[in-house]
Design a protein around this ligand. Structure first.
Ligand code: CO8
Length: 303
């Protein structure tokens, strides 16, 4: 499929869509009327459901990849396509991300994509992970995470890229960058995103220990912004969105960009090296052994 190939390619989905656009002005891609018409329709791919309310300019994206919304290559591809479509639609000003799965927002990167895979597959997967992060962290939309379940590792990263995080106040849920518990190391841009949110000291401790926080612990260090009863996560996100959208968009967008650009530039100028680092690291025998043991642990815990 051409779109999927574009996400996987070096130039990425933006370039793919740009190629199909008829003009470009003020740095914003201008797309054909046909594409705009398609974009305005609510869409459901197999792993992502998007409901866009034209009257409010707010889209709700539901992650629906059973059992735990793990971020596989297919999932990331669909996610990037859906996000890009919304980004290109000027009438879409806000995005709320939530989960359709019970008890889990996202289990993070799909571990099976990093286990016993060829270097080429690992590279393709990592490019898609980068792409997801770049799309969200640099989005001009207001993006709110409605975290209605556990959100470890890559799930936490996805939440951290949002402008505001609302989490269900359920002590059985957890959130954090727990990579060291798998014997792997969160890359610099995971670390930077976390540090930009909760500061250097909290990040240092969280990453070294691979800490997963309960919602109240997460609120205490600023990893999430607000806790609400589970059945109010989405309504609170919608109310919060209204407040954010009341701020003049241009001023808010420039401010967001000013805060995030150095972190984004750090990855965009080192993208290929970052992919190479990931592939070298993840394909090491010792790392594969750690991941295998972690998978065993997940299965045993279930039993
Ligand atoms: N990837 C693939 N499969 C997964 C994942 C995952 N991340 N998480 C869970 N699964 C699988 C389980 O193995 C299980 O499979 P099966 O049914 O075949 O036994 C199934 O999903 C259901 O899982 P659970 O029974 O555990 O579901 P629960 O509802 O009880 O718990 C949790 C949900 C809390 C999300 C739990 O599954 C969990 O803790 N999962 C692991 C989360 C995790 O540690 N993720 C880390 C992924 S690594 C990452 O995101 C960043 C990597 C950065 C790499 C950098 C290298 C340089």
């Amino acid at each position: 499929m051409a779109l999927r190939a574009a996400v996987r390619s070096k130039c990425g989905l933006s370039a793919f869509l740009s190629q199909r656009s008829s003009c470009s002005s003020h740095g914003r891609v201008c797309v054909s009327p046909v594409l705009i018409a398609q974009q305005r329709n609510n869409s459901t791919s197999s792993k992502i459901k998007v409901d866009f309310d034209q009257s409010t300019g707010v889209a709700v994206m539901r992650l629906q990849s059973p059992p735990v919304n793990s971020l596989s290559l297919d999932f990331l591809t669909e996610f990037c396509i859906a996000t890009e479509k919304l980004e290109l639609d000027k009438s879409c000003r806000g995005l709320i991300i939530t989960s359709s799965q019970p008890r889990v927002f996202s289990a993070g990167l799909d571990i099976m994509e990093m286990y016993q895979k060829s270097p080429e597959s690992c590279a393709e997967f990592w490019r898609a992970v980068q792409e997801m992060w770049l799309k969200l962290y640099s989005s001009s939309m207001v993006v709110i995470a409605a975290i209605n379940g556990s959100s470890p590792a890559g799930g936490c990263l996805m939440s951290l890229t949002c402008d505001y995080r609302i989490m269900a106040d359920n002590p059985r849920y957890s959130i954090g960058l727990n990579e060291t518990q798998l014997g792997i190391v969160a890359p610099f841009w995971f670390k930077d995103t976390m540090a930009n949110t909760v500061g250097h000291r909290n990040t240092e401790m969280a990453l070294e220990l691979g800490l997963l926080y309960t919602p109240s612990e997460a609120l205490k260090i600023g990893l999430v912004d607000q806790l609400v009863p589970e059945d109010q996560v989405l309504t609170t996100a919608t109310q919060t969105m209204t407040k954010w959208l009341a701020i003049p968009a241009h001023a808010r967008q420039i401010t967001k960009s000013m805060m995030r650009k150095p972190t984004i530039d750090k990855l965009t100028s080192n993208r290929e090296a970052d992919i190479q680092n990931f592939v070298t690291f993840i394909t090491k025998d010792s790392i594969q052994k750690s991941i295998g043991m972690y998978l065993e642990m997940l299965k045993k815990r279930k039993g």
